[in-house]
Design a protein around this ligand. Structure first.
Ligand code: ATP
Ligand code: MG
Length: 262
């Protein structure tokens, strides 16, 4: 991404128009194949907008997005559509309640050319197995726990073997013990399938666990970026220092020592 901008128009009120917001205001970012880049930052800093704009789910107002060297910002690029996926924050609202679990996971495969029904069924079964939910394909979403639902959401995102996944707060709706399990699963699948990932999170412990690089956003701009260890151990920007200081129970120095010794 180069100079990416996303603006939202102000709302028309009775006598005046609210001024618009520039939610993303000139972001340059590179993500290598297989790399996980975490985006952290306060509420309203533009993280979700950035992730959605990258997937072309909302229009951009300026800048470039290239995927494998091709411009995908201004034209519809079928390869990019097939190769990119989103995992939402809320597993309760992101799964269609009228579809069985197996159908939900199979859905992205509809757009894959030349896939037979048998192949598709096999891939869905394999995927359900990978996320620890073998045999639950006939269930409805409401028959699953929150953690199980998020596993389904992840299975749906991975089943087409994407090159790039945006995960927007993928575990923050789950309780702590389940968060850790689902994060572990996500990490394992990433190692196995090798997709690149934009991992949006408030949760610095989760970021510490999964990220190769960390990007800090404030007011629609990247104010700091670097390797995970660099940003956590030697934050330069005041805002990053404040974010790290605000993370309650984390012992970053201890975690860094563990990484060195492990
Ligand atoms: N559809 C929209 N219409 C108008 N303004 C929007 C829209 N979506 C987001 N915004 C505004 O854009 C800015 C960035 O929002 P965004 O959702 O990207 O923040 P965020 O970093 O994801 O926050 P959070 O951590 O709370 O999820 C905010 O000022 C928000 O109010
Ligand atoms: Mg958000």
């Amino acid at each position: 991404m180069r100079g990416l901008k996303v603006g939202f128009a102000g709302r028309q009120r009775l006598f005046r128009r609210d001024t618009g917001v520039s939610a993303v205001n000139g972001v340059d970012l590179d993500i290598a194949a297989g790399e996980t880049v975490a985006v952290v930052g306060g509420s309203g800093s533009g993280k979700t907008t950035l992730g959605r704009a990258m997937l072309r789910l909302i229009p951009t107002s300026g800048g470039e997005i290239r995927f494998r060297g091709r411009d995908v910002a201004t034209s519809v690029d079928r390869d990019f559509r097939l190769a990119s996926q989103l995992v939402f924050q809320d597993p309760y609202s992101s799964l269609d309640p009228r579809m069985r679990v197996g159908e939900i996971v199979a859905e992205p495969l509809r757009h894959v050319p030349q896939l037979t029904t048998a192949e598709r069924d096999w891939r869905v079964e394999t995927m359900l197995d990978e996320v620890g939910l073998a045999g639950l394909g006939k269930r409805w979403p409401h028959e699953l726990s929150g953690g199980q639902r998020q596993r389904i959401a992840i299975a749906r995102a991975i089943v087409r073997e994407p090159a790039f996944v945006v995960a927007d707060e993928p575990v923050s709706a789950l309780d702590m013990t389940i968060q850790a399990q689902v994060l572990k699963l996500f990490e394992r699948l990433q190692a196995q399938y090798g997709f690149a990932c934009l991992f949006i999170s408030h949760d610095l412990a989760a970021v510490e666990q999964v990220a190769d690089r960390v990007v800090v956003m404030q007011g629609g701009k990247i104010v700091e970026q670097g390797s995970r260890d660099d940003v956590f151990d030697h934050p330069r920007h005041d805002y990053t220092k404040a974010l790290l200081a605000a993370a309650p129970v984390l012992d970053f120095a201890g975690a860094a020592a563990e990484r060195v010794s492990g």
